[in-house]
Design a protein around this ligand. Structure first.
Ligand code: FDA
Length: 306
């Protein structure tokens, strides 16, 4: 792994650095570029801002390393309150939620995670919106797809994430390309061993193969990437498969390539922005910085220039 990336990922787990970032004047604005804020109100404000220029949102309540049922319950209640708030403010057609099963108990009690995900999906249905299950490292893929299958028996619209870096993903894409399915295709964000994952350009090639499978299928594919080459290949492949705009969508992260997000939306494409919020923003921010050294330079410059 790139040394800068390793350093930043190490900092992600360091509490002193977290405190330093949280208390350094000026860091708040920089954090706000990638994280909507700490509260449900902040998340709703971000949705309204995105909706103003035609973008949609998927909201992620940031929570990591949930190790007990109380913490998982807090996460579930936050999602329920968020869904209520979106519905109450007439924004449920503009926003859905993304849920990490690890945040609702998957690491210590798979049955609890299923029950908790069930509660969030039931609330989403009442509020006329949808849920997408985020995908985490490869040791959780089978469990997450198993829980997805259970949830889809009641709600076929529950979305899954597939990561093109995993060697298994083309098969998973074939299995999930049927009617009503919603699949978010991304490259994958975790450090994975070569036995299970492609590397470098092979990840992009696999992305295109999986995109073809999803576009040829009957579901609703969601292409989560900032990669200009993949964005344009997806557009071209969508036309080739006779897909109309609106029968698939692009997704990008909050604060990343916002001009491109607006450009695609202005061209008539559906663009959904992944909006993280919550008190536990630090680990998320560090992973975004690790992904892209240019972001780290931007962050450090903003800190010292204050
Ligand atoms: P990559 O990082 O390879 O970058 C390719 C090119 O894109 C760059 O060379 C540059 O041109 C452009 N680019 C990238 N970042 C940029 C930036 N900050 N500013 C300007 N240009 C930039 N992962 C996961 O494992 N599980 C999940 O559930 C999800 N969910 C998810 C949802 C959504 C909506 C998104 C967008 C992403 C995820 N991811 C994810 C993360 C995903 O797997 C991946 O780590 C990141 O999206 C980065 O990969 P890219 O495809 O953007 O390309």
């Amino acid at each position: 792994m790139d040394p800068l990336r390793s350093l930043i990922l190490a900092a992600a787990g360091n509490d002193s650095i977290r405190r330093l970032v949280a208390t350094t004047p000026g860091s708040r604005d920089v954090v706000r570029r990638f994280v909507a804020g700490e509260t449900i109100g902040d998340a709703v404000t971000a949705v309204r801002g995105l909706a103003a220029d035609g973008r949609y949102a998927t909201l992620d309540y940031l929570g990591e390393d949930t190790t007990d049922a109380d913490q998982a319950e807090h996460t579930v209640r936050t999602y329920l309150e968020l869904l209520d708030r979106l519905h109450g403010e007439g924004l449920s057609a503009r926003a859905e939620v993304s849920v990490k099963l690890s945040a609702v108990g998957q690491a210590f009690d798979e049955k609890l995670a299923l029950d908790n995900a069930y509660r969030i999906c039931a609330a989403a249905e009442q509020c006329h919106t949808t849920v997408t299950l985020d995908m985490e490292d490869h040791t959780t893929t089978d469990s997450t797809l198993g829980i997805l299958a259970e949830l889809r028996r009641t709600w076929p619209w529950v979305g899954a994430v597939l990561q093109s870096y995993l060697r298994r993903t083309e098969d998973d894409a074939k299995a999930l390309a049927g009617p009503d399915s919603r699949v978010r295709l991304c490259k994958g964000a975790y450090a994975e061993p070569p036995e299970v994952a492609h590397d470098g350009a092979d990840v992009d090639l696999a992305y295109v193969r999986c995109a073809n499978v999803l576009l040829e299928g009957d579901g609703y594919p969601m292409f989560a990437t900032h990669d200009p080459r993949l964005v344009s290949i997806v557009g071209e492949r969508a036309r080739w498969y006779g897909r109309k705009q609106g029968s698939y969508e692009y997704q990008m992260l909050y604060g990343v390539r916002p001009d491109e997000q607006r450009r695609l939306a202005a061209d008539g494409d559906t663009v959904r922005v992944y909006v993280p919020f919550g008190e536990q923003w630090y680990g998320y921010l560090m992973r975004r910085l690790a992904e892209r050294p240019a972001n780290t330079a931007f962050f450090l410059r903003a800190l010292v220039s204050r």
